[in-house]
Write a protein that binds this ligand. Sequence first.
Ligand code: GLC
Length: 425
Amino acid sequence: MSLTQIAIDTLAKNDRGGFTIPTAGLYPYQWNWDSAFIALGIATYDMDRAWAEVTSLLEGQWPDGMIPSIIFRSDDPDYFPGPSRWGKTPGPIPSTGVSQPPVLTTAVMQLTGTGSNRDTARRAEVFDQLFAYHKWFHDNRTAKGIVATVHPWETGRDNCPEWNIGLDLMQVAPDLAPYTRMDNKHVDASFRPTQEQYDKYLTIIQFGQSVGWDQRRLTEEGPFLMADPNIHFILLRADKDLLAMARDLGKSADVVAAIEGWIAKGEAASDFLWSEELGAFTARDIRTGAFSKGFSNCSPLCFYADTGTPEQRARILENLQRIASKVDYMLPSWDPDADEFEPQRYWCGPVWPQMNFMVAQGLAETGEDTLAQLIRDDLCRAIEKSGFWECFNPLTGEGCVGKNFSWTAAVWLSWQHETKLKGVA
Ligand code: GLC
């Protein structure tokens, strides 16, 4: 069977009726940014079903505009922390109390096409909800002029070493309710976050619950507050896409001005993440100002967000060339020359399909075609070697953590489709 057919079958097996889970067992619910990539993959063969992925995610939106990281339409005893651990949340469906990188708007922009064939009806259908989601980030997560984050899980990069500077400043809550991890029952512990990290993740959840998931209080008073290049660049790109959508739909001057304000704020904030020492955009602790100590796979998302000075971009490209000479498969999630690089441990080294997708897209859009192609080809080689895993060891191309993974299948389909279209053109 062809890999393309296996990818389609993988998505069909993970379909739970209008929404798609990342993988059975380990991740049995709908995840926010996963659904955006999944929709793009499904769109290559079934646009209506792809659109359902978007609207089902929007069903979980809170009254304040937040789209949570996970929507719990059931309570699966095999998953932790599930709905009972997050407690009562204000949304229409039980959920987590934090969000994820808001790639949804950019996915909607891509799903609804360009030129005279674009689907303005579908854009109009979701615009207000997308606007409310972006507004939620800008109103509730801004600290020191940048959209920050309160939980490593909100960044989508759970245990990236970037978070250690913020986690090291935290204490585990002395009254942390006892719990049993389930992730290590599904996959080997050496792939997963450590126990101390897990205790801290749950400490933040306990704090969120204690303030009734008041999101401003979580940002201002919570135990963890860092700025994340992943959220920053993805939101900035999404704000630009939202602006294009607003203009296209003839939205009011107030709406357009609000989005323009967010973009101006985002452009100005990129410098906050710039580490001159590393020549990279890195995470930063908001309260102490400390920079993290490594180049991650979201450092080059400045291209995707179309931001950064020519000098900054040149240094990012130099770093990418250096890293390409150290690994067999681009792009590792953590710098192989930095402390705490572990090629098989989740966000401490492995290659992540959805990150390669966005980084390659940004590089291609700004004319860096050779690097863009390398980043695409390397992921495709890893998939050809090992199959549709959640992530891959950058030294060997072996699959890590979850098998039969939806976003990996979706990225494969998106790229195959694009290549086919180019061949036709
Ligand atoms: C892990 C990843 C996160 C993803 C989720 C479901 O928690 O770190 O980015 O959304 O799995 O695939």
